[in-house]
Design a protein around this ligand. Structure first.
Ligand SMILES: [Zn+2]
Length: 294
């Protein structure tokens, strides 16, 4: 990082303070971060992993935000692919739906990725709400496959088959990402793992739809929990980027508090596919890169 404190934007200052706070916490609790194998990406590029999140619309990435930020901060290459530009959206804006709103949401997507500290998002530009038509599926699959083959991810993250909200676009994103993961990759190194972002039900006895209209899964299906409370504020900042969706601001803050209150900074995943084995029965991974030979 170059420049001095005065030259930094408020966003950059906030991020720097968050990193310093995280470093302080880590150093206090585990002697220092350099001793941890998981931090070796910072010192040795050979340990760098490529993680690609595949979602349908700008703002979907929020579901995994703190985990994405944590891996990017640790030095790994974290990408985000959106199948659509969110041209229809839940628009809380006067911007006309269609291409104009899509352009605005692409700006919001870039803002969000910057706040999360990940790579600039890859926007495939298919029409929001329309990607599930049979006519479009081959084109979308081919475009997604091409990007994934180019990026050669070690890990792919996407929605679960429920799409969390049941949105057709979410479920298609999950299905296509799963399909490409499972394919034979030929000469290209295939991804090692496929994860579904998942919201665990509070208990086995709780109905799967107990969180309003948001699907939850049985806690027994959660294979992986990423502890990333130090990066929650980055996700909060990213949420504010999506102004066309979550306006006025107070709504965003309440939603963030709700999410944080439910997850306590833990992001849960279901390991949906693996070429490097699965965690032992009954155990839960704490690292998306577990068992991957980088
Ligand atoms: Zn969405």
């Amino acid at each position: 990082m170059t420049g001095n404190w005065a030259s930094l934007t408020p966003s950059s200052r906030s991020r720097l303070l968050t990193v310093l706070a995280a470093l302080t916490t880590v150093c206090l609790t585990v002697a220092c971060r350099e001793a941890e194998p998981s931090s070796s990406a910072e010192e040795d590029p050979a340990y760098l992993a490529v993680i690609v999140a595949v979602f349908a619309h700008p703002d979907d990435e929020i579901v995994a935000g703190p985990a994405l930020s944590r891996y990017a901060w640790e030095g790994h290459e974290v990408h985000l692919i959106h199948l659509t530009s969110g041209q229809i959206g839940d628009a809380n804006t006067d911007i006309p739906r269609g291409e104009v709103l899509g352009a605005a949401r692409e700006v919001e997507a870039r803002c969000s990725a910057e706040s999360l500290g990940i790579q600039e998002p890859i926007m495939l530009g298919f029409m929001d709400g329309n990607i599930a038509t049979w006519a479009d599926l081959p084109r979308i699959r081919a475009a997604l496959r091409a990007e994934l083959h180019r990026l050669q991810p070690d890990v792919i993250i996407t929605w679960g088959p429920d799409g969390l909200s049941g949105h057709t676009d979410h479920r298609i994103a999950s299905s296509l990402a799963t399909e490409v993961f499972q394919e034979t990759w030929g000469e290209i190194p295939p991804p090692s793992k496929l994860y579904y972002a998942a919201r665990p039900a509070m208990s086995e006895s709780q109905p799967a739809t107990a969180m309003g209209d948001r699907a939850t899964v049985s806690p027994s299906l959660i294979t992986t929990v990423i502890e990333a409370p130090d990066f929650a504020d980055w996700t909060h900042e990213a949420m504010h980027c999506h102004q066309t969706q979550w306006n006025p601001r107070v709504t965003v803050d309440r939603l963030f508090e709700s999410i944080q209150g439910l997850s306590e900074g833990r992001i849960s995943f279901r390991l949906a596919g693996s070429r490097v084995g699965y965690p032992a029965s009954g155990s839960v991974e704490s690292d998306l890169l577990e068992r991957i030979d980088l």
